[in-house]
Design a protein. Structure first.
Length: 215
């Protein structure tokens, strides 16, 4: 037992001496195998830890989107909040969160999130579109028209903005403006593949949209 202890002590001493020598000749000395065995956590790779945290955070976002698609809005909200606590500047995630809140009927929360996005990203089309949707849902026609115009100013080919604006103009008794935006929406959609999902919608295909627009 004593011989084994002495042998291990000698090995340890030899390794430490080597560490001291390396420290003298290098700015970043290697960690000794003994230290790695005794303190494995202290000498774990920072990069691998960081990558693990990123993957864990992304899993929260993916779960939020999955639950949102299933219309489990309460469950999705928890994952969105958890993800954004670690990634507060992720504008795309904030937009999805705002859209989910709008779908859940939490219009005030949706608008607050969308305005927060615009404050950091003044040209964010999706955020303006969500604000327009909420105004339209609330029956605030003038405000909705103004917001849809902002969307089209930034993105003239936004199909749903044209389509919704056409419906609003029709309600306002402006058939010419309504027809112009309706035709533009149909023209833009017709250029896409029928099986494609309409941009800005949850799962509406181009073919289904065109059928709806031609009624």
């Amino acid at each position: 037992m004593c011989m084994l202890f002495l042998q291990r002590s000698s090995e340890y001493l030899s390794l430490l001496v080597q560490d001291i020598t390396d420290l003298y000749f290098s700015h970043t000395p290697p960690v000794s195998p003994v230290e790695k065995r005794i303190f494995p956590k202290e000498f774990s790779s920072p990069q691998s830890t960081s990558e693990k945290q990123v993957e864990e955070n992304l899993s929260l976002y993916r779960k939020a989107l999955e639950l949102m698609k299933q219309r489990d809005y309460e469950g999705a909200r928890k994952y969105f909040v958890a993800y954004l606590q670690h990634n507060p500047v992720d504008m795309a995630a904030q937009v999805q969160f705002a859209l989910m809140e709008a779908n859940a009927g939490r219009n005030e929360a949706a608008q607050d999130l969308a305005r927060s996005v615009i404050k950091n990203d003044p040209l964010n089309i999706e955020a303006y579109y969500i604000i327009a949707l909420v105004h339209q849902e609330n029956g605030e026609v003038e405000a909705a028209v103004t917001s849809y115009k902002k969307v089209l100013y930034i993105s003239p080919d936004h199909i749903l903005a044209h389509y919704n604006l056409a419906n609003l103009y029709l309600k306002q008794g402006q058939p010419k403006d309504s027809s112009r935006h309706h035709n533009q929406a149909v023209s833009l959609a017709s250029k896409l593949h029928p099986d494609d999902i309409l941009p800005g919608s949850d799962d509406l295909s181009i073919s289904d949209f065109l059928k709806m627009a031609h009624r």
